[in-house]
Design a protein. Structure first.
Length: 416
């Protein structure tokens, strides 16, 4: 259900590029895009197995092929195996193969910001229960809890009612919640970070998407505002808008260019209320799911910019489209409904907020099947979840205190 994958397929396919995709299975919505030439099902594999499979895939395609990674794990794998992958693929090759891993590590980013003078919320990494209590007291509640290396978290499919899925980032409102997360750090396989929660402010959440070439020059860059997220207040962009922000653009260009970053980047910022300071919240060394917000007047976006650069062609100047909106149809209505119930959003304001939406995450008139399949799969999941809940309630009722269980009467027994 990753809409960024579908966006990349459509972006390159509409430009006339033959697109192949490595997906978890052929049943995911993106696999049904009309712009996809072929699907190669491949689940999570050990590094050497994955590398061998990709090289064989590249040999089968038979020509230099742009490799686009869609998540942290893929971006780190590509960066750390770039020399081998260059035999068959076009991809950014970092001067320091370990740089993307450090950038994806939330704890390392806090240290990077300190060294570059980029504002960043206060962050603590407690080592024990005593340190956790001290961090909560110092940072105050509510606060943000993050897993330092989110790509190591177990898949959501392995979660249960007793152990709900671990989210990479969430708001923590009580010390007990922080302690419960801290107790699961062994399951998470990574360090729990506690971070100061910068208060939300109107129009305070922003992001930058860009592509930097081998010399660290920004060949494509744009800034946008996050108007709503899923989950509300601390999640991915559910409704975003392309708006210029020279302060954020300058911070992003100075930091990414200064460290010699090569490739696509997605940065998240929040403005500190009452000031003009923007704090860097996340440095994602990969494509952002909402990147198609920044499709300019000629159709250029970060994926096409990377394709042009790595095939030796000039990347034209960006033609901005201020006010253009991006809407995620399966997330935003749910989040908006929650905000309405809490009195934070009026129905009329929700309708007005959708004006100017020029790109939807799933629906496209020229490629409608993934949209329909996405909703069908969501409906099936919802029905299955409801059936499981009903079965659990029935089991709980049958075991309720004071309830006399019914015993079958053997054929040889008569009434008492």
């Amino acid at each position: 259900m990753h809409h960024g994958t579908l966006g990349a397929i459509r972006s390159l396919g509409r430009a006339g590029v033959e697109v192949h995709a490595v997906l978890e299975d052929r049943g995911v919505p993106a696999a049904r895009s009309r712009y996809l030439r072929r699907v190669y099902p491949m689940g999570p594999e050990p590094g050497p197995v994955l590398l061998g499979g990709l090289l064989r895939l590249g040999e089968r395609i038979g020509r230099p092929t742009l490799l686009v990674t869609m998540d942290d794990a893929g971006a780190l794998f590509a960066a750390e195996n770039a020399e081998a992958l260059r035999e068959r693929f076009l991809l950014p090759v970092p001067k320091d193969a370990g740089l993307p891993r450090r950038l994806a590590d939330k704890q390392a980013v806090a240290e990077l910001c300190r060294s570059w003078g980029v504002p960043h919320p206060r962050t603590e990494a407690p080592a024990d229960a005593l340190g956790l209590r001290a961090a909560v007291a110092a940072l105050g509640l509510p606060l943000i809890a993050k897993w330092a290396r989110p790509w190591l978290l177990p898949a959501a499919a392995t979660a249960s009612a007793a152990a709900p899925p671990l989210r990479s980032t969430q708001v923590v409102r009580t010390r007990a919640e922080a302690e419960a997360l801290f107790a699961r750090r062994g399951e998470a396989g990574t360090t729990l970070l506690l971070q100061e929660l910068l208060p939300e402010s109107p129009q305070g959440d922003w992001f930058f998407h860009g592509y930097f070439d081998a010399a660290g020059r920004c060949l494509f860059g744009a800034t946008g505002r996050k108007d709503r997220s899923w989950p509300p207040h601390a999640g991915l962009t559910a409704l975003g808008r392309w708006l210029p922000n020279p302060d954020i653009f300058g911070l992003a260009e100075r930091l990414a260019g200064g460290i010699g970053y090569h490739g696509v980047v997605d940065l998240d910022f929040r403005r500190e209320p009452g000031t003009d300071r923007y704090h860097l919240l996340d440095f994602n060394p990969r494509l952002g799911a909402q990147f198609r917000l920044f499709a300019d007047g000629s159709g250029l976006d970060v994926v096409r910019a990377m394709h042009l650069d790595l095939t030796g062609r000039r990347v034209p100047a960006v033609r901005p489209r201020p006010g253009r909106g991006f809407w995620v149809e399966n997330y935003d209505p749910v989040g908006a409904l929650r905000l309405m119930r809490e009195g934070e959003l009026a129905p009329a304001a929700f309708v007005r907020s959708l004006r100017g939406v020029g790109e939807r995450a799933w629906f496209a008139a020229d490629d409608p099947v993934p949209f329909a399949l996405m909703w069908r799969q969501l409906a099936a999941r919802g029905a299955a979840r409801a059936l499981r809940g009903r079965a659990r309630r029935r089991a709980d009722e049958e075991q309720a205190p004071g309830r006399v269980p019914l015993e079958p009467i053997a054929a040889s027994e008569g009434p008492a």
